[in-house]
Design a protein around this ligand. Structure first.
Ligand SMILES: NC(=O)c1ccc[n+]([C@@H]2O[C@H](COP(=O)([O-])OP(=O)(O)OC[C@H]3O[C@@H](n4cnc5c(N)ncnc54)[C@H](O)[C@@H]3O)[C@@H](O)[C@H]2O)c1
Length: 450
């Protein structure tokens, strides 16, 4: 088949929904994406190394609660979707989308092993006419310099010399998922798409248009990779700025949240970011280090990004200093005090604990001799996370229990918490999230902002 006809044939298959799309990694990103493309008419195969997810889908058990039960039901009821751990089925797919983790290693270095493992598996059944799209967040040039060579190296002899743009197509398209957000979903968030060359861009854009309202084609995979990092670094830097401002204004008895809200009335040139107890989630605390690491390789430094990282990672210590100061006002040391951390998730109304600063807060408090409990309506017990294994269970909030703590530290402002009850019964509240805004008068000097 000539290169033009390979391209046209895949284009036609995508157009008439006869193309099969494989989504590798059925987590926060991959599952809703598979669902959006399936709903757009495509046949999909979901791949994961985690047997439990495959079994859960078959049994219609929702393992990502924030997505709602309907998504899993739709997929498991459909004859256009299957989920499997059998990666030899990748050869059946015309389009393969990769949404595997991209964490940091022990020394804060990018860990691309999930991408390279996946590239190896794709390579083993690679054939002409496939389109491979990477979605995992990573540093610029990963798609071209790291993923593609591994795929080709592991390809059967018949596919080892495939040429991108002629008989193989490769693109990067960053995910902009924000779990728990109610005003946007996978299908309404505009999707950037950049291929290793034009035909790859165009085919990848055709795929996403099946399930996503707005697709934006950019000039290269590198533009798309870098745009994703810019988006997340922008957040990390602005959160650091507002956290730094918080430390200054708090010393001056000025309420940072009111200041941010006041500044937000400017209709241009300002975007509100709110302070907090530290960065959390799978993206913002991690992704900036991908660029920092790559920058060193090309002889550059990223002072701005690293400074933001330092300010943000110092936040849990700052919060604990505020707790210590607040307890001191009540003639109590941290050592021996009973402290309740409200909220374990890294943000409101989700059960996601990845990189959550609450773990750091609990660890520091325990190191300083406090007796710590946590309460989180979304997380009944802690599970092991990257740097912590707390082995704790959530306590239920009752008036008596609230009154039994020397200090309540609000780390996550879940809507499900009963804040009026906290305001009425707490001896002391340290609020890192502006959760007690409506109860300032009731709490009086029992409230400390941090
Ligand atoms: N969660 C978010 O909000 C978000 C937002 C934007 C971008 N991202 C990026 O998307 C990527 C995926 O993140 P996520 O949040 O979906 O992670 P996740 O941990 O929720 O899901 C990843 C899935 O991949 C599976 N997996 C791991 N290794 C695998 C392998 N070798 N082959 C197949 N499956 C494998 C895991 O079992 C898991 O189900 C990351 O690069 C992340 O930075 C995430």
């Amino acid at each position: 088949m000539s290169s033009n006809s390979t391209f046209r044939s895949l284009q036609a298959k995508i157009e008439d929904d006869s193309a099969i799309v494989g989504v590798i990694g059925l987590g926060y990103v991959g599952l809703p994406l598979a669902h959006a493309l399936h709903r757009g008419g495509m046949s999909a195969i979901g791949f994961d190394v985690d047997e439990r997810k495959i079994e859960a889908i078959a049994a219609k058990q929702n393992y990502l609660r924030h997505l709602g039960d309907e998504m899993i039901e739709d997929l498991s009821d459909s004859d256009r979707f299957t989920a499997t751990t059998r990666f030899d089925r990748l050869g059946e797919c015309d389009v393969i989308i990769i949404a595997v983790p991209t964490p940091l290693g022990r020394h804060q270095e990018p860990d691309l092993s999930y991408i390279t493992d996946t590239a190896e598996r794709i390579g083993r059944t690679l054939r002409p006419g496939q389109l491979v799209i990477l979605e995992s967040t990573t540093y610029p040039r990963t798609t071209r310099d790291e993923m593609l060579p591994v795929m080709l190296e592991h390809a059967p002899d018949s596919a080892r010399d495939l040429v991108v743009g002629e008989d193989l197509f490769v693109a990067f398209s960053p995910e902009r998922e924000d779990p728990g957000r109610k005003d946007h979903s996978t299908s309404t968030i505009p999707k950037l798409v950049g291929g290793l060359e034009e035909r790859s861009t165009s085919l990848a854009a055709d795929v996403y248009r099946k399930g996503i309202a707005e697709v934006v084609e950019v000039a290269s995979a590198e533009i798309a990779e870098s745009a994703k990092l810019l988006e997340n670094i922008f957040r990390a830097v602005n959160i650091a700025l507002v956290n730094e401002m918080k430390t200054v204004l708090t010393e001056m008895d000025i309420d940072i949240w009111e200041v941010v809200r006041a500044a937000s009335t400017k209709p241009f040139g300002f975007m509100p970011f709110f302070p907090g107890p530290g960065l959390g989630g799978h993206c913002i605390p991690i992704d900036p280090f991908y660029l920092t690491w790559k920058a060193k390789e090309v002889g550059c430094s990223t002072r701005f990004i690293e400074l933001a990282g330092q300010v943000n990672t110092a936040m849990p210590e700052y919060v604990i200093d505020r707790v210590a100061g607040a307890l001191n006002e009540h003639a109590k040391p941290i050592k021996g005090s009973k402290i309740l951390v409200m909220g374990l998730a890294y943000k409101p109304d989700v059960d996601d604990t990845r990189e959550s600063p609450s773990f750091e807060l609990i660890k520091i408090l325990e190191e300083r001799g406090a007796e710590v409990d946590y309460s989180d309506p979304h997380i009944a017990e802690t599970s092991r996370v990257r740097r912590h294994d707390l082995r704790m269970t959530s306590v239920e909030l009752t008036p008596e229990r609230i009154a039994s703590f020397d200090c309540i530290l609000i780390s996550t402002n879940h809507a499900a918490f009963d804040y009026p009850m906290v305001a009425e019964h707490a001896r002391l509240v340290v609020d890192t999230r502006d959760a007690m805004r409506d109860h300032h008068d009731a709490l009086g000097d029992r409230l400390v902002l941090a």
